[in-house]
Design a protein around this ligand. Structure first.
Ligand code: FPP
Length: 256
């Protein structure tokens, strides 16, 4: 059976280009992008993905024109209000990660309502990153450690324990309800090949998949293709593949 990534993270890029190629305002691309979100969430939940983290708005996106950031926040709020029912039907726990202090009051209330209503979802955890910056969250955690001896317990002696505490504490910095798992597959649409300050620690051993498809055009089939590509990757996490230990790895034989 093909291996399914437990945690998929997606940088949903290309909304603006999708719109401008059609002579439409950029915000039209974001509206179509929200439709793509609905398809992909449903597909992921049906294909045994356990965690799906979507990059909807980076802390650097505040540099965009006010009209665009306002529409993006309104789309998010609309999404949260409309998707509660689908999340409940599909067993999806939805949460928003990132800074909360710069979001409007009504969006904050919609987040609380949606998180509260869907918290018991067991099938998949859907995280939407809003006003999120991986670098800022790491820096914030380091400042907490410097200021408080108890926060410094993030760095105890044994490595597996250390990793666990680190993700616990990072989760609290970005308001995640549970620790964010390591990303298995990072997908970026829209043709660029970079991480753009998204889940930098969690992507330490992520398989990266880049596609030129613009996000509003991203279909369930495109997602399935990314899952197929993941299934063909040989993940070693810094160790050796079984084949190279047993001498079956063609690359190793060639090098001898
Ligand atoms: C990047 O494309 C996309 C964004 C900054 C916003 C992503 C938002 C959505 C997909 C819709 C709302 C989200 C939810 C969860 C309902 P870009 O605008 O930078 O595109 P460009 O590179 O072509 O300009």
């Amino acid at each position: 059976m093909q291996s399914i990534p437990q945690h998929v993270a997606i940088i949903m890029d290309g909304n603006g280009r999708w719109a401008s190629r059609r002579g439409l305002p950029r915000t039209a691309g974001h509206r179509r992008g929200a439709k793509a979100v609905r398809r992909i969430v449903e597909f992921a939940a049906q294909h045994q993905v356990r965690e799906l983290t979507l990059f909807a708005f980076s802390s650097d996106n505040w540099q965009r024109p006010l009209g665009e950031t306002t529409v993006l926040m309104a789309l998010l709020q609309q999404y949260l209000c409309q998707e509660i029912r689908t999340c409940l039907e599909q067993g999806i726990a939805l949460e928003v990660i990132g800074r909360r202090d710069r979001l409007g009051r009504s969006l904050g209330e919609a987040i609380d309502r949606c998180e509260g209503a869907t918290a018991a979802g067991e099938r998949m955890r859907l995280r939407i990153a809003v006003d999120y910056s991986s670098r800022q969250s790491i820096a914030h955690l380091m400042m907490q450690c410097a200021a408080s001896p108890s926060a410094r317990q993030v760095l105890p002696s044994s490595p597996p324990h250390r990793r666990h505490r680190l993700s616990d504490q990072l989760a609290s910095v970005v308001h995640a309800k549970r620790p964010i798992g390591d990303v298995d597959l990072l997908i970026r649409s829209g043709g660029e090949r970079r991480l753009s300050d998204f889940l930098l620690l969690e992507c330490a051993y992520a398989e990266l998949y880049f596609t030129d498809v613009l996000w509003p055009d991203f279909t369930a089939q495109n997602f399935a293709t990314a899952l197929d590509a993941f299934g063909l990757r040989n993940r070693r996490f810094g160790g050796l593949s079984e084949a190279s230990v047993t001498g079956q790895d063609p690359q190793v034989r060639h090098a001898r």
